[in-house]
Design a protein around this ligand. Structure first.
Ligand SMILES: C[S@@+](CC[C@H](N)C(=O)[O-])C[C@H]1O[C@@H](n2cnc3c(N)ncnc32)[C@H](O)[C@@H]1O
Length: 929
């Protein structure tokens, strides 16, 4: 056996005089071999620091390592016993100030019997200190609880620089930065999983340090040290041979510039205020899992400790790392000490770490930490990444260079940065970190402090040396860029670009009243975040156009929280929404919540696609109505959806798969003269379409049908029946259906499969109220939607009309009269219409356009062959560009004031506008008179 004499090192007053290492048991390849940074020197340092307590010469044998250490006190206090007590406590992180009164008390209590106090390494003294702190801590906490609102969330910092507003919504920001709270712990210390497993037990049974250093096992040749000697000094040697040492005192060692280990005076991180560098709860430190919250969470997960050295680019594998004996050390699993206590002070300073703006470099330079943390890092986009569909959660991934380890401390927590904007140029940044939830020790920091600390991080850690650097400006720039990108985009969400959430929780949480004056009083008072170049509302007209997006009104927002909007977001189902528009205030006509509209999806999930609504013009919300995707019978309509009514002539029972692929068209095509109305691309056959268009545009050419006794006139119950005003005979499409043999995806089933295009309800600028537009280019002959509403009889419609003329609410009826010509004696309950006033689908928003509308309505038979009831489906008459309003010709005779569709002043803008001509006519008539 070859024994090396170790270099003599000084640890404060302790001289390590001799240290012998068994060459055969090279530590690097022995039980501690997994950490290449571990050297004998470290080991000696550990032992030395422990030895200091006893001030005696010691020989330690651990495995085959033999270390001789002798400690001498060179500086003695006047009363060596007092000094020794202070020193012993200092080793445990307890300062003189804390010790003094307690020691005084004890001496008085024990009648100056020092032996009792010194016994078991000052166990009595420690206990007394802990008890004193406990009492004090409880009192303090009670005080703080009284004075603070521990309810997490919804602290909004809202800044305004009119007309450009920036909302910084700090939602329960906090991150688990036990490291930052203990910057004096320079050296990441690794624990085995078993150590973590111990935590619950340790929490339940707070062990005194003197107890915890008791051995529970044997270690190699140290058998002789396993004495039953009650002498604490002897036991110390025994204790040191055990794998589980009281970690805290060890961890408090830090490397000073001179390479000497010394008890940390908490000065290593200039960025952190001194008051957070040490937990006042020394007992907690000793017991490790002081924060049950964190302790539970971290159990077995090996969180990472932030190493301030690493912050400056140094890897923590240099000397200074302290490892506990018998632990496998993995540099890729640098860990923080077991859970550190949280204090209010810490929380205050923790906060900004969670709101650090993302650093794009963090992806390239992944933190060295355990897998769990890395996983989270992967899950969370680094910056401005688009979530699955449209909701963009811009995750503050933490600044990696600075917080390799800090990031790990927020494992399982999410820090989010969300961005929202309105057409008026408002941009809202919302930061959130769920770590705060449920934490009693969390309190909302001052925004100024958050900004200051974040700035410091930028200045120091990111080496931003511009003294004019301002976080507020940075945020302002972010908002500005957001708008710039948003307004310059053509509606396409670009890869890697900022995508916005159409439905931010943050916005929901900020009610309309918050926006009224552009500022919001937060708990910390209003904070103004300047935008370097203010963007005026007029500068952003294109923004909403590029958005699929959505508005927010107070009521809708309030409702949003309870109706699961957020959940929809989380699931990433907002396939279509690319934008967000905030309507600051909406005037809802009704207090019936059921008829309010989800800004992301006016269909409330009734359709295959979501249809958002947006109002870029004013504060109006869409009129209240109930969204239905299928027409419903109001009461008397005689509709027979009887399977028995469908014979073989009305279906294709022998077909299979896709009828459009069959060599011979199936029975269902017979109604369209043996040809299917649809192409294989799912569009309307051009010839068929043109004929339908022609029928609408040139009704006279298609010889309207005039009823002998028109149901519409009949129901008026007048003495004298007015003549029928005429009805168009329309060509029907017959779709395959349930009694057919084909597949649901058969090409002859288009309308019944429902909406498929990205549409948006919007407030028109021409004074037509709400309208419908497409957000994508539509080819000619594309099915857009059908007109859905309550199925009313002609009688019921008449009654409604009478009522509505009294109430002033105009019904939106569409006559289902395409087949009236074929029935000689149509009964009132067979003369049907659809009224979408109270129940309807998105078609109720389609405005009228004279003649050259881009939609044509076509009757479609699906469930019933008698054509009393049918689907009225809208197809594009031409290619329609994205963002074009969708219109159809109501077929109104603007001179017919008796018509069920109430005449309005047409603002369609078409050069063929019939209403305009009429106005001109009346004008010239009046001029002629
Ligand atoms: C079926 S709704 C269309 C949606 C309606 N704009 C809204 O705000 O709910 C029909 C009503 O819209 C208005 N409208 C539709 N087309 C119009 C046009 N070309 N000019 C003026 N108003 C129109 C009329 O008030 C009409 O009664």
């Amino acid at each position: 056996m070859c024994v090396h004499a170790m270099q003599v090192i000084w640890v404060e007053n302790v001289e390590v005089k001799d240290c012998k290492v068994d060459d055969d048991d090279d530590i690097q390849s022995g039980t501690m071999n997994s950490n290449p940074a571990f050297t004998t020197k470290h080991y000696v340092n550990i032992l030395s620091s422990i030895c200091r307590r006893t001030c005696a010469k010691r020989t330690f044998c651990i495995g085959k390592l033999t270390v001789e250490i002798s400690g001498e006190r060179t500086v003695m206090a006047p009363n060596p016993r007092v000094s020794a007590a202070f020193k012993a406590m200092a080793e445990l992180g307890i300062n003189e100030k804390q010790v003094k009164p307690v020691l005084k008390n004890l001496l008085r209590l024990f009648d100056r019997n020092w032996e009792l106090i010194e016994e078991e390494n000052y166990r009595v003294l420690l206990d007394a200190i802990f008890d004193a702190e406990d009492t004090q801590g409880v009192e303090e906490k009670e005080e703080k609880k009284k004075s603070k609102n521990y309810d997490v969330c919804n602290l909004n910092y809202v800044g305004s620089v009119a007309p450009f507003l920036v909302f910084l919504n700090l939602v329960a920001i906090v991150s688990d930065i036990s490291v930052a709270a203990f910057p004096d712990i320079l050296c990441p210390v690794t624990y085995q999983e078993e150590d973590m497993e111990e935590e619950p037990q340790l929490r339940r049974e707070p062990a005194r340090p003197s107890k915890r250093i008791h051995s529970s096992g044997d270690e190699g040749s140290s058998q002789k040290k396993k004495s039953t000697n009650a002498d604490p000094e002897d036991n110390m040697g025994e204790a040191l041979t055990q794998p589980h040492q009281p970690e805290r005192p060890l961890k408090r060692l830090r490397k000073t510039h001179g390479g000497v280990l010394s008890p940390s005076p908490s000065t290593c991180n200039p960025m952190l205020p001194r008051d957070i560098t040490r937990s006042p709860d020394s007992r907690a430190e000793l017991q490790q899992p002081v924060s049950p919250h964190l302790g539970n969470k971290n159990k077995g997960k090996q969180p990472v400790v932030s190493n301030p050295l690493a912050q400056h680019g140094k890897r923590s594998t240099e000397s200074g790392i302290i490892f506990l004996p018998k632990q496998r050390v993995d540099t890729h699993q640098l860990m923080k000490p077991k859970d550190e206590p949280f204090t209010d002070d810490m929380a205050q300073d923790e906060v900004p770490i969670a709101v650090i703006l993302p650093d794009p470099s963090s992806k390239e330079n992944p933190p060295i930490q355990n897998g769990a943390t890395r996983e989270q890092n992967d899950q969370e986009p680094v910056a401005f990444q688009e979530r699955e569909s449209t909701r963009s959660d811009i995750i503050a991934s933490s600044n990696e260079r600075n917080t390799n380890f800090e990031f790990a401390t927020v494992e399982e927590e999410s820090s989010n940065l969300e961005v929202a904007s309105s057409p008026l140029g408002e941009v809202k940044l919302s930061f959130s970190c769920s770590s705060a939830v449920g934490r009693l020790d969390f309190h909302m920091p001052k925004l100024d402090a958050v900004i200051k600390l974040t700035e410091e991080k930028y200045l120091h850690s990111y080496k931003i040396i511009d003294p004019n650097f301002s976080l507020k400006n940075l945020l302002g720039h972010m908002c500005e860029s957001f708008l710039e990108l948003g307004t310059n985009s053509n509606g396409e969400s670009q890869d890697g670009s900022v995508s916005v959430s159409p439905n931010l929780d943050a916005l929901k949480k900020t009610t309309a009243s918050d926006f009224v004056h552009g500022t919001k009083e937060s708990l910390n008072g209003p904070v103004s975040i300047e935008c370097p170049t203010a963007v005026t509302a007029s500068q952003v007209p294109r923004l909403p156009l590029s958005l699929n997006g959505v508005g927010e009104c107070r009521q809708a927002g309030e409702r949003a929280d309870s109706n699961g909007f957020a959940e929809v977001d989380k699931e990433g189902e907002l396939e279509d929404s690319r934008g967000l528009v905030v309507v600051q205030h909406c005037d809802l006509p009704s207090d019936d919540l059921r008829s309010y509209h989800d800004i992301n999806d006016i269909t409330k999930g009734e359709e295959r696609v979501k249809i958002p609504w947006v109002n870029e013009k004013n504060n109006e919300c869409p009129p209240s109505f109930f969204y239905i995707s299928q027409s419903l019978v109001f009461q008397d309509a005689a509709i027979n959806f009887r399977l028995s009514g469908i014979g073989d002539a009305n279906c294709c029972p022998t077909c299979f798969g896709d009828c459009l692929l069959a060599s011979v068209p199936c029975v269902c095509a017979s109604q369209t003269e043996g040809d299917f109305a649809y192409t294989r691309e799912g569009l309307l056959n051009d010839d068929f379409l043109e004929e339908c268009i022609s029928m609408t545009r040139n009704p006279q050419q298609h010889r309207p049908f005039y009823c002998k006794s028109c149901p519409l006139e009949r129901v008026k119950n007048d003495d004298c029946l007015e003549p029928c005003k005429g009805h168009l005979r329309r060509q029907f499409i017959k779709e395959c259906w349930s009694k057919c043999g084909c597949h649901r995806q058969c090409g002859n089933r288009v309308v019944q499969r429902g909406l498929n295009w990205k549409l948006q309800v919007f407030f028109t600028s021409e004074g037509k109220g709400w309208g419908l537009r497409t957000l994508e280019d539509l080819p000619k002959g594309a099915f857009v939607c059908e007109y859905v509403g309550e199925v009313l009889t002609s009688k019921e419609l008449h009654e409604r009309n009478i009522k509505s003329s009294r109430s002033g609410k105009r019904p939106y009826p569409v006559l289902l009269d395409a087949n009236w010509a074929s029935k000689a004696d149509l009964r009132d309950e067979e003369a049907l219409c659809l009224d979408a006033t109270n129940y309807g689908n998105v078609a109720r928003f389609i405005n009228h356009r004279c003649l050259d509308a881009n939609l044509a309505e076509i009757p479609v038979e699906v469930e019933t062959p008698d054509h009393c009831y049918y689907h009225l489906a809208f197809f594009t008459t031409r290619k329609v560009n994205a963002l074009e309003e969708l219109t159809w010709d109501y077929g109104i005779d603007f001179d017919d004031h008796d018509h069920p569709v109430k005449v309005f002043q047409c603002l369609c803008g078409s050069k063929f506008c019939r209403n305009m001509k009429r106005s001109n006519r009346s004008r010239s008539a009046s001029i002629a008179r």
